[in-house]
Design a protein around this ligand. Structure first.
Ligand code: IFM
Length: 441
């Protein structure tokens, strides 16, 4: 890699990220059923109907994986806790084995000198709560607050940082408007409610964690840069609408206590009663903001009904997700987030990485030079933002290891570590070795 740790300010943190359902093996350890199990079992939703039942079997290979993490030389590890592993019914009696697992994980990190950065929810909603309407039901904010109390009552004394929700756009829009993630709805009323309730749940969990005297609490949003596909006014407005729904709705709710008018043009009639009254909870102060960044979209006007846009891709090199590689978008988001929303609040790049067709070479290595380049280019964008006085304090690579890529099953490989999903053998890729070397200089 071109970059080295010494190119960044003292105290800048490097990390790797994963999530529970994507790696743990959900069939293990007494976890309850989730809406992802149900979604995946419905034909047509997920490539080969694959689910997270076994995933990377991280549950049984915890020590091996933590040793690999330590070998990478990272300072911090971002993982998530499965609601259904902790509370198999979503509410009620906790699963002791689940709590023990997260205890072992946190202690294992601390023993290796790695800071635990936990996300409470990375998408595996317990099925019994989905039966009650899931994110459409306002009560979910209280169910989630109770979950936060249980899990943080156990590990909150030792985690370095905590964020309630991973990627509220995915929880709200992708899952309830586009139907691409569980629960697979295509319903604007469900969407408006889910988008609002997920932020309300965030705020309630922040309140609970403050009550437990926890510090270093944050919010994590996924952001996708939206540029007009052509020079027409109609496409410019379409790109603004995309940006408002994808990016500004969540940052605006969390940091300004307001949703953008152009998002409310479509969503407003479907919002729950008195939604404005929830902003004091939603804007509960946080200590940092996390940005998950991967790509940009070119947005064209679409004469159809609201939101009236069509996504296209440009001619930049793409990853195997079909995502254009556009590091400038990361610089633009870091500066824009600071300027428009967060001011002096510390920012972290909480996810960034690429999928590729990584295969084992005959000599047993996994050459992935494009991933090393991708990381270099995006870390370069972070450096430019820091040079412009944006308070970026850390960067997490997605992902530590190949894993379950949701509706795309096990086909897309984002890991620094290759996982053979037949044998579950782990092989650090060339990018793992390159990053480890960069972090040691
Ligand atoms: O794998 C996902 C992760 O769960 C959330 N952020 C984006 C990643 C790549 O699609």
């Amino acid at each position: 890699m071109k970059m080295s740790r010494s190119d960044f300010p003292d105290g800048f943190l490097f990390g790797a990220a994963t999530s529970s359902y994507q790696i743990e093996g959900h069939a293990e350890g007494g976890a309850g059923r989730t809406h992802w199990d149900d979604f995946a079992a419905t034909p047509g939703n997920v490539v080969r109907a694959e689910n997270g039942a076994r995933a990377c079997d991280h549950y049984n290979r915890l020590d091996e994986d933590l040793d690999l993490l330590a070998g990478l030389g990272v300072d911090v590890y971002r993982f998530s806790t499965s609601w259904a592993r902790v509370l198999p019914e979503g509410r009620g009696t906790p699963n002791g084995e689940g709590l023990d697992f997260y205890d072992r994980l946190v202690d294992g990190l601390l023993q290796r000198g790695i800071k635990p950065a936990v996300t409470l929810y990375h998408w595996e909603l317990p099925s019994p709560l989905a039966d009650l309407g899931g994110w459409r039901n306002r009560d979910i904010a209280d169910w989630f607050a109770d979950f936060a109390e249980v899990i943080m009552g156990r590990i909150g004394d030792r985690v370095w940082s905590a964020a309630p929700i991973n990627e509220p756009w995915c929880v709200g829009w992708l899952s309830h408007f586009e139907g691409a993630h569980a629960p697979g709805l295509r319903d604007i009323r469900a969407t408006a409610r889910a988008m609002h309730h997920v932020l309300l749940a965030h705020g309630r969990a922040i309140q609970v964690m403050r009550g437990l005297r926890m510090g270093n609490l944050g919010a994590v949003c996924n952001l996708e840069w939206a540029a007009p596909a052509d020079e027409s006014d109609a496409s410019r407005r379409a790109a603004e609408r995309y940006d408002a729904i994808y990016n500004r709705f969540f940052l605006g709710g969390l940091f300004k206590g307001a949703y953008p008018d152009i998002a409310l043009e479509g969503l407003g009639p479907h919002m729950p009663d008195n939604w404005q009254d929830d902003f004091p909870t939603i804007t509960a102060p946080v200590d940092w903001c996390g940005l998950n960044y991967y790509t940009r979209k070119l947005i064209a006007h679409n004469p159809g009904p609201w939101p009236g846009y069509a996504e296209t891709t440009g001619d930049l090199p793409q990853t195997t997700m079909g995502w254009e590689i556009y590091p400038d978008g990361l610089y633009d988001f870091l500066t824009r987030t600071r300027n428009d929303y967060t001011g002096d609040l510390p920012l972290y790049v909480t996810e960034n990485g690429m999928s590729a067709d990584d295969t084992l070479a005959p000599d047993g290595t996994v050459p992935d030079p494009f991933r090393t380049d991708y990381l270099d280019m995006h870390l370069g964008a972070v450096q430019r933002a820091i040079a412009d006085c944006v308070p970026v304090r850390g960067y997490y690579c997605w992902s530590l290891m190949d894993n379950y890529e949701w509706a795309l099953g096990y086909e897309k490989r984002f890991g620094l570590i290759h996982v053979d999903f037949e044998t579950l053998k782990r092989t650090p890729k060339a990018s793992y070795h390159a990053l480890a070397a960069a972090l040691s200089r």
